[in-house]
Design a binder for this molecule. Sequence first.
Ligand SMILES: [Zn+2]
Length: 151
Amino acid sequence: MPYFGKHSLILLENLHQDGQIIAKQAITVGLDFSIIETARDKETHDYYLKKKLSKVPYEKTKHRIYPDNFCRAFHAIPYPIMWPDKQKSIDKKILALNRIFILAGILFGISTKLRNDGIIRHKLRWGGDWDKDFIFDDQTFFDYIHFELIE
Ligand SMILES: [Zn+2]
């Protein structure tokens, strides 16, 4: 069974408890994945804004550090990491994207169950489907490794 590496575990410590519970349950399903980002300071976020990797100011990003010292967003990608944009063939691009979509499905299933069982209070929102309608071509900013906790 896959398990988180040290780097993922350290990053998870900065994520709200609900996100930690979701991730730690999800990895037991069997698809190995890494947590590659959680909390961000303002300086890093401003750099992302400049690079157009984010669309919202620091005060609005769920990667910000909240007053309780935890953030509400994380980046997760199947391991070994295959970035869809970096694949040389269409087949490999599709394969890399499929792995990410499966991970999103696992995280959704797990988070819904945990919430229905009263273990967590947040819902999960994915950057591949911001409006949560399971239609993936109705958005302009496709941030497929981004997951966030919403009320
Ligand atoms: Zn993000």
